[in-house]
Design a protein around this ligand. Structure first.
Ligand code: ZN
Ligand code: FE
Ligand code: FE
Ligand code: ZN
Length: 265
C-alpha cells in the first residue's frame, strides 16, 4: 500500500515529527510514503496554512533525513513532495517556484474560491451567504483549470467542496465530466484521499461517480491519507482501494522525480 499525502508540523496545523510519520508508516505496513507539506503562498495570500518560504529547504532536508532513517529501520520508501495551492492569479509565480523545487511529486489543491479558504472550519459561517450549487460549479471549474495548468502531477481531494456536507442540489455529473476531461487532457492524475472520512462529509475524496469518470478517461490515480497526525498515516487506505476497484482501476501511479510510474493497486 502507498500513502502519498502526509503533512508535517511545519504547516502549523499538523503534529508529530517526520520520524513519527515514517514509523507509523512502517507499523501500517506501507511500502511507499510521500511527504506533501503545504507550500507557502506569495504575499497577499494567507501565510498561516503553510510552512514559511525560509523553511522550504529545511523541510526538504527533513524529508531526506526521514528517508535515510526509514531505509535503516526497514520502513517504507520515503518520497518528497509538496501540496501547492491553485492560485489562478499567480500561475507564472507558481510555475517558477515549482520549477526550482527538487521533489518527487507536486499535489495541486483548490482550497480557495476567490479569497475564501472554504475548507477552513473557522470560516464556515460564509457558507450561509453562498448558493451551494453556484459554489460547486465555481469549485469544479477551478479544479479543471488547475488540472489543465500543467503545474501539478496530481489533483488532491478533487471534490473537497463537499467537506462540511453542504451538497449541491443540482446533479454534479456534468462537473465531474468537466474535471475528468481536464485531468485527461492536462496529463494530471487524480488522488483518492481518505481525509474526507474524518470530516463531516464522512466520505473519501472523490466520490465514486467522479472517480469512475476519471477511470473511463484513462486518468491515472494515486492515494493518500492526508495525515496531519502520525495516527492518521495509512488511515482508510483499504477503503480507498475498494473504491478504486469499484471505479474500475487496476493499478495506481506514484511519482519519482516528477515522473509517473505504475504500481499495483
Ligand atoms: Zn493541511
Ligand atoms: Fe489540501
Ligand atoms: Fe493535505
Ligand atoms: Zn490536504
Amino acid at each position: 500500500m502507498i500513502d502519498l499525502h502526509m503533512h508535517t508540523a511545519r504547516c502549523g496545523h499538523a503534529t508529530g515529527s517526520l520520524i513519527d510519520y515514517v514509523e507509523a508508516g512502517r507499523a501500517a505496513g506501507l511500502e511507499v510514503v510521500c511527504f506533501t507539506d503545504h507550500l507557502p503562498m506569495p504575499e497577499g495570500y494567507p501565510q498561516h496554512y503553510t510552512m514559511r518560504h525560509e523553511e522550504i529547504s529545511a523541510y526538504l532536508e527533513d524529508v531526506t533525513a526521514a528517508a535515510a532513517f526509514s531505509r535503516k529501520t526497514g520502513g517504507p520508501e520515503v518520497l518528497s513532495g509538496v501540496e501547492a495551492d491553485w492560485m489562478p492569479a499567480r500561475v507564472p509565480f507558481t510555475r517558477e517556484v515549482l520549477e526550482r523545487l527538487d521533489v518527487d511529486m507536486v499535489l495541486g489543491s483548490v482550497h480557495f474560491l476567490e479569497d475564501w479558504a472554504f475548507d477552513d472550519p473557522d470560516l464556515i459561517a460564509r457558507y450561509d451567504s453562498v448558493v451551494i450549487d453556484d459554489m460547486w460549479e465555481s469549485y469544479f471549474r477551478e479544479v479543471a483549470c488547475a488540472a489543465r495548468s500543467g503545474l501539478f502531477d496530481v489533483i488532491a481531494h478533487a471534490d473537497l467542496v463537499k467537506k462540511f456536507g453542504f451538497l449541491s442540489v443540482a446533479d454534479p455529473s456534468p462537473w465531474y465530466e468537466l474535471v475528468a476531461e481536464a485531468l485527461a487532457e492536462g496529463g494530471c492524475a487524480i488522488e483518492v484521499n481518505t481525509g474526507g472520512l474524518r470530516k463531516p462529509a464522512r466520505e473519501i475524496y472523490p466520490s465514486l461517480p467522479l472517480l469512475a469518470a476519471c477511470q473511463r478517461r484513462g486518468v491515472p490515480a494515486t492515494m493518500g491519507s492526508d495525515a496531519h497526525d502520525p495516527l492518521e498515516v495509512g488511515a482508510g487506505l483499504a477503503q480507498a482501494r475498494e473504491l478504486l476497484v469499484e471505479a474500475g482501476y487496476r493499478s495506481l501511479v506514484l511519482f519519482r522525480s516528477r515522473r509517473a510510474e505504475e504500481v499495483p493497486l
